[in-house]
Ligand binder design. Structure first.
Ligand code: C2E
Ligand code: CA
Ligand code: CA
Ligand code: CA
Length: 291
């Protein structure tokens, strides 16, 4: 037992007020628990005090070799901890019922940015990531539709990226809500395609226009024959269903050219650009060979 405890990093202590009771103390568990509590409480403050910020990552049209789309990716500029990536707090926001507030903030900020760019002659579609919670009822959809109407946004202004799991939880409800969004002029995209359990046949029932192939299939496809086969056939199937295809996680030119040869419509990845703050994205775009 002693050996096991040593290995597992767990300590047994005498309880403070009771000499006959022992407590199990796991420092790893404790640290995570404290960290999560800290993040939960502070995430509310972060939203209220405008500590969140959006980075923008371009999507390159492989037909025209122009930047026509951009994806908004949230970061948390924490006063003490610095820039916190979304993977560290999105799941906490989901578990603590804060996705509605967070997605509304992201949407409002992305729409403001879209309008700013439009006023400066940059017409670019902005993609927003939404969570399962955002399509459980019509609360968020009503919000984003009202925003679109208020600013008289074009139908091709905003893409909403939804992951497969958001749909798998409650397919009937999700289909209804996605239909509602689609009829209201939003482009819908299935994110991280291939990592969930849904088949293309199931996705066919959904009113989506775009499929984003997950970067785990794209990143090493030139060295991995299986990945190549998966990506090639996914593109073909998606096209036969009338969907456009985005490949994410492109880190070199050879992969980009291979995807172009497969008629993949849009490409995204570090090879083109990392996600950048709005002003850096503008600077990047103005001197980019992809105008
Ligand atoms: P995602 O939607 O699949 O976004 C793509 C992620 O891959 C981004 O990470 C991006 O920086 C990264 N990436 C892009 N190109 C490459 C590449 O060539 N190589 C590699 N290795 N990585 C690349 P990020 O920004 O850290 O976001 C992580 C995830 O957090 C996103 O995955 C998305 O699921 C979630 N997320 C980000 N912003 C939001 C948001 O506003 N709302 C919601 N609900 N989720 C968000
Ligand atoms: Ca995404
Ligand atoms: Ca993705
Ligand atoms: Ca992802």
């Amino acid at each position: 037992v002693a050996e096991l405890l040593q290995k597992s990093n767990v300590a047994i202590q005498r309880a403070k007020n009771d000499k006959h009771t022992f407590q199990v103390y796991d420092p790893v568990f404790d640290q995570n628990a404290i960290e999560r509590l800290f993040l939960t409480n502070n995430l509310r403050t972060a939203i209220e005090e405008n500590q969140l910020t959006l980075f923008y990552q371009p999507k390159l049209s492989l037909k025209t070799m122009e930047i026509s789309h951009v994806e908004a990716l949230v970061r948390w500029q924490h006063p003490e901890k610095g820039l916190i990536p979304p993977d560290s707090f999105i799941s906490i926001a989901e578990k603590t019922g804060q996705m509605d507030a967070l997605t509304r903030w992201v949407t409002q900020t992305a729409v403001d940015q879209y309008l700013k760019w439009l006023a400066n002659g940059i017409k670019i579609n902005i993609a927003i990531n939404i969570s399962a919670e955002n399509i459980l009822d019509k609360s968020y959809p009503d919000y984003v539709i009202a925003l679109k109407n208020k600013h008289q946004l074009d139908d091709c202004a905003i893409t909403l990226e939804v992951t497969e799991d958001a749909v798998v939880d409650d397919p009937t409800k999700a289909t209804e809500v996605l239909n509602y969004l689609n009829k209201s002029g939003f482009k819908l995209s299935i994110d991280d395609y291939g990592t969930g359990y849904s088949s293309l046949a199931q996705l066919k029932q959904l009113p989506v226009q775009e499929l984003k192939i997950d970067r785990s299939f794209v990143q090493y496809l030139l060295e991995n024959e299986n990945d190549k086969i998966i990506v090639r056939s996914t593109i073909k199937l998606a096209h036969s269903m009338g969907l456009t295809v985005v490949a994410e996680g492109i880190e070199d030119e050879e992969t980009l050219l291979w995807l172009k040869s497969q008629n993949c419509e849009l490409a995204q990845g570090y090879f083109i650009s990392k996600p950048l703050p709005a002003h850096e994205f503008e600077a990047w775009l103005s001197q980019s060979k992809y105008q």
